[in-house]
Design a protein around this ligand. Structure first.
Ligand code: SF4
Length: 167
């Protein structure tokens, strides 16, 4: 069993789905986010959306919930203009993590301000099994000495790490 120095965060679960190399960079604190326009746009949407809510609730530095509107529904705000599997797994991980801490009977929603749409998220036993397997795979990836090899993909051109990967 691999034991990591750091906890696996929700963002790591998201990056695992998006790009294994990005996950490795992020875990090893190699950051280029400040240079990327998409990150700036994300922050702007984050600041402008749902201003009245109590925002950014950090739990153990593992999950960073955007806000909890009622006691039983946590919200994650995504700047994307499409619904992504990565975001869904990230928020399922939040529910999984909270359940492990004894917080049950809680649901989640992903809010997409650009789509003016929300998606309800819950977890079942299959999700929990899949998340556990994902956490094991994340541990393997971040324990590598060097970033894993990945192919160039569509999202690369808008990724903050593009220069690091391809120039
Ligand atoms: S540029 Fe592409 S391969 Fe490199 S970290 Fe970003 S998404 Fe991954």
């Amino acid at each position: 069993m691999i034991i990591l120095e750091k906890e696996i965060t929700g963002v790591m679960v998201y990056y695992y789905m998006v790009c294994k190399k990005k996950l490795w960079y992020f875990y090893h604190e190699i950051s280029m986010e400040h240079t990327n326009d998409n990150v700036y746009i994300g922050k702007l949407i984050d600041e402008e959306s749902y201003k009245r809510e109590n925002k950014h609730i950090n739990i153990d530095n593992v999950i960073n919930i955007d806000f909890i509107k009622t006691k039983k529904i946590l919200h994650e705000v995504k700047k994307s203009n499409k619904i992504e599997e990565a975001s869904i797994l990230q928020v399922k991980y939040y529910l999984y993590y909270l359940k492990k801490k004894g917080v049950i009977d809680i649901k989640a929603k992903i809010d997409y301000p650009l789509l003016k749409q929300s998606v309800d998220i819950e977890i079942d036993e299959d999700d929990e099994k899949y998340i556990q397997e994902t956490l094991d795979k994340i541990k393997e990836i971040v324990s590598l000495k060097y970033p894993p090899k990945t192919d160039k993909k569509k999202i690369c051109k808008s990724c903050a790490y593009y220069d690091l990967c391809f120039i």
